[in-house]
Design a protein around this ligand. Sequence first.
Ligand code: SF4
Length: 93
Amino acid sequence: MTMIDRSQKPIGLYVHIPFCKGKCPYCDFYSVAPQKGVTDSYVAAVCRKLDEENRVYDTVYFGGGTPSLLGADNVALILYSSNSWGFRDSRPA
Ligand code: SF4
């Protein structure tokens, strides 16, 4: 188990979810259509980054794109990858 340095000042976490079912003509945000392999790879990369950062977060915000396209399981994987909420070591396999 990796210990978090609790002397760090907590910061807010923003997770960009760059997936949308379609592209609205007025939108300048980067987004692509979700594809199973790409979505899973993106979530895995976000989880790896959170593991590496080992920071303390006091808020989390999912933006996009359309975050709800990830599904609850992927959102849970991302949340479990930060130890800020104290349950990283009990994340689902
Ligand atoms: S981020 Fe919102 S406005 Fe932009 S393409 Fe996706 S659904 Fe449309």
